[in-house]
Design a protein. Structure first.
Length: 413
């Protein structure tokens, strides 16, 4: 891909759309996705939070094999609550796509909006312009082109289309039976490939692999793993070198293990480490620790807020217990309950429920009876408040391998 004319002030990106030269690895995954699409497959792309699903898809979009031969559409349905929100988000994405610029469907829509907005009195008659309303803004007044027409339009474009529904598991939260509706359109499409991506692994697996589900076997499954330590190390060293700086291998591997290979937190840490490193200087593990401390202090208000919203002492104690244990199991054993002043097994169960993915989403169950804090930085913050941050640093590598081992055991067929 073409080089940027001006190098960025900081080469560590924390947005979804990353220029290719600052994007780490994912070569195999990129090839695999392109191969499947070229073969006519749809894909269901799964990975835990903040590993890099959305960025990978944007990276694939920029690849020549895709960019030159497909129209691409990225639809993030994370914030959608029902079929109408979904519809609006899909329509907005389609109508603002460059490839639909002069499409008839767009003109039809503009006249629909114009009349609706004239009625509502918020169409700018002076300039004659309408801006497309965004979701959450005026969803109920947004005129809708029937879904059938949106899919029909895609079916008749000159180039084939690649459509991504990001955070696809969200449709399972709708009151409507959206999966069945969508399937009826999608299965008839010959001109469009779909990528369904999301982080609720279990839910997506159920949606695509259970024979009683509408999307059963309609997409090739793909699990996105964390970046390898080798490729992330080489990547960081290259970017430091480009800026006339350097970083030790063990500084990168410390960040890698500390954050369990989670791309977002590693990138945030490297961004901060890079910013603090003077030109010509070499960053080491201590500099990474300083960067982590800076990230922790920036989150102070947010994390305090989260805690203050846990009015229930049992929840708070359970949260602290998991944060301090790191990988916590046997929470209802008498030793653990005594150590963390947890009253009784049923109140711990209650607290786990409330802290879990369906409610506050602060903790995650990684195996039967085994929990971790979802946001590793939050765990470190609690550790810092409890005076055991240093221990967390020392244990980071061992903990990384333990968690990987548990995950592998769970994923065995
Ligand atoms: N290959 C990569 N190289 C460099 N940075 C990356 C890479 N992949 C992802 N990132 C960075 O990691 C962060 C998380 O990536 P992304 O948002 O794509 O993850 P995600 O899996 O879609 O997360 P979520 O579940 O929250 O939607 C982003 O800040 C992005 O900039
Ligand atoms: Mg994402």
């Amino acid at each position: 891909m073409g080089k940027l004319s001006m190098p960025p002030e900081n080469p560590f990106y924390t947005v979804i759309d990353i220029p290719d030269e600052y994007f780490c690895d994912r070569n195999e995954e990129t090839e695999k996705i392109i191969g499947l699409i070229a073969n006519g497959s749809n894909i269901v792309l799964k990975a835990p939070r903040r590993i890099g699903k959305s960025s990978l898809i944007m990276h694939v979009f920029k690849n020549k094999a895709i960019a030159e031969h497909y129209n691409t559409l990225f639809i993030d349905i994370y914030g959608t609550k029902n079929a109408s929100d979904f519809h609006a988000e899909f329509q907005n994405a389609l109508l603002s796509a460059p490839f639909a610029k002069s499409a008839k469907i767009k003109r039809t829509f503009e006249s629909m909006v114009k009349s609706a907005y004239l009625d509502l009195g918020n169409y700018d008659t002076a300039s004659g312009t309408v801006s497309f309303p965004k979701i959450g803004f005026t969803p109920s007044t947004l005129p809708k082109i029937p879904l059938q027409d949106l899919f029909d339009y895609l079916e008749h474009t000159k180039k084939p289309n690649l459509v991504v529904f990001d955070e696809f598991q969200q449709i399972q939260e709708y009151p409507e039976r959206m999966a069945a509706t969508l399937r009826s359109y999608i299965q008839k499409m010959s001109n469009t490939r779909f990528i369904f991506s999301g982080s609720a692994r279990h839910m997506l697996t159920t949606m695509f692999q259970m024979s009683n589900q509408p999307f059963y076997k309609s997409a090739a499954p793909m699990d996105l793993d964390i970046l390898s330590l080798d490729s992330y190390t080489a990547f960081c060293k290259d970017l430091f070198r480009l800026g006339g700086k350097s970083i030790d291998d063990n500084a990168v591997s410390f960040a890698y293990h500390l954050f369990s290979g989670e791309t977002y937190l590693m990138q945030e840490t490297m961004k901060e480490t890079y910013a603090r490193c003077a030109p010509g200087a070499a960053a080491g593990k201590d500099d990474v620790i300083e960067a982590v401390n800076e990230l922790l202090s920036r989150k102070e208000t947010d994390y305090r807020d989260i805690l203050s919203r846990l009015d229930n002492k049992k929840e708070r104690n359970t949260l602290y217990c998991i944060a301090i244990e790191g990988i916590a199991s046997g929470l209802t054993s008498s030793a653990i309950m005594k150590k963390y002043q947890l009253d009784n097994a049923s109140s711990v169960q209650n607290a786990l429920e409330n802290l879990g993915p369906d409610k506050l989403a602060l903790i995650e169950r990684i195996a039967k009876g085994t929990y971790v804090i979802q946001d590793r930085l939050f765990e470190l913050w609690i550790a810092a408040k409890s005076g055991i941050l240093q221990t967390k640093f020392l244990e980071a590598e061992a903990r990384f391998y333990r968690q990987r081992e548990i995950a592998e055991r769970i994923n065995l067929p």
